[in-house]
Design a binder for this molecule. Structure first.
Ligand SMILES: *Cc1c(COP(=O)(O)O)cnc(C)c1O
Ligand code: SF4
Length: 357
């Protein structure tokens, strides 16, 4: 059996299994025995948890909390609203649309790690929302919509599918004349790097007219290991670029030191930061959410000017009307007919000529 399949079959998803990895606190034990929720991770990712620190950034993404029962600010039926599923356009369940030229194509609700902060919680973790994830139906819809040039394959985690299914999906999408690029959103390089096998590399490899792009999700430097470094290298060697979409999470990466270390460490394993998402108002994840301005402040105080420009993600809020960038807003301090006053990350000012039209 391949190691990645073994990792999934040995998922750490019972109290007894969890106790093999960490010293479970009475609070965590109470949560696991009383909270009715899907949880669990790979033995590999479980091994990255601090056995003695309940606030460990990996542990908080894996072990459920009673706070998930609280819901003061979350929006009910969040995913239906967020993914515009109650609009007039008739679409298969598997297709989420916010933009004219690209869509998100949900092909599975299975994940290697059931992230406690998941904004698709209703579908993936709590499973109250039932969507029909029929690949053929989705492909038929995409074929009929010639304006779609970019398909973002998502889930769940699409790399939990077999090599054959991934190969089929890529081949069928590449046969559609209006498709220019295919993206996969997968957490496997972080939570299950064993998934990048020689067999999968064969599926992904090649100088094709229609390129593949991958975005993974890494939220803390502690999640990055040699195994991730190798998996990313293998993906790049297939011609597949790897970006990161982090989620801004209270107590995990919302301080300048953790935020900077995360983005620097991503570059050391060849992952290019793409987005940092504001933690969305899905039900039951209030305890992970910061004020909206926080992400922009972190970019101002820890990234821009403070470290390599390549380490800079775009901070966005993913809303029902698309992603809205919220970058720090300190650059233009004044403007006259002849001159701008620009300010840098340290608060230093400089004059810049204003060319009137
Ligand atoms: C995030 C998202 C996309 C992709 O957005 P980009 O800014 O192009 O990365 C496309 N469709 C939906 C529904 C999305 O949520
Ligand atoms: S891998 Fe993605 S879809 Fe799956 S639980 Fe984590 S955030 Fe949600």
């Amino acid at each position: 059996m391949e190691e990645w399949v073994e990792q999934l079959q040995n998922s750490v998803n019972t109290l007894a299994r969890l106790k093999e990895f960490i010293n479970v606190t009475p609070g965590e034990e109470n949560t696991i025995t009383t909270l009715n929720t899907k949880w669990g991770t790979t033995p590999y990712f479980a091994g990255l948890m601090d056995p003695d620190d309940p606030a460990c950034p990996v542990r908080r993404q894996v072990v459920p909390s009673l706070k998930e029962k609280e819901n003061r600010y979350g929006i009910d039926n969040y995913l239906i609203w967020k993914e515009n599923r109650d609009t007039d356009e008739v679409r298969p369940d598997s297709i989420a649309r916010q933009y004219y030229d690209r869509i998100a194509f949900t092909v599975t609700d299975v994940c290697a790690n059931y992230c406690r902060h998941c904004f698709r919680k209703e579908l993936v973790v709590d499973r109250e929302l039932k969507l029909r994830m029929d690949v053929e139906e989705g492909l038929t819809w995409i074929r009929a919509h010639e304006e779609i040039r970019d398909v973002l394959v998502t889930g769940g985690d699409p790399f939990i599918l077999s090599d054959d299914k991934i190969e089929y999906l890529i081949r069928k999408l590449r046969e559609i004349p209006h498709i220019e690029m295919i993206r996969f959103g997968t957490r496997t390089p972080i939570v299950l790097p064993h998934r990048i096998t020689p067999g999968l590399k064969k599926v992904l490899d090649g100088f094709h007219k229609i390129p593949l792009w991958i975005n993974t999700q890494c939220n803390h430097a502690k999640e990055i290991t040699e195994k991730t470094a190798k998996a990313v290298y293998d993906l790049l060697s297939c011609g597949v670029n790897v970006g990161n979409q982090a989620v801004l999470l209270k107590g995990i990466n919302d301080d300048p030191a953790s935020f900077k270390a995360l983005h620097q460490k991503l570059l050391t394993v060849r992952i290019r930061p793409y987005y940092v998402f504001y933690c969305e108002p899905a039900p039951g994840i209030d305890h992970f959410r910061t004020p909206v301005e926080k992400g922009a402040e972190l970019i101002r105080d820890a990234i821009r000017g403070h470290t390599t420009g390549l380490a800079q993600p775009m901070y966005v809020i993913a809303t029902n009307i698309g992603k809205i960038p919220l970058m720090p807003d300190y650059y233009i301090k004044g403007k006259t007919e002849t001159e701008y006053t620009l300010q840098n990350y340290q608060g230093k000012k400089t004059a810049w000529p204003n060319i009137s039209e």
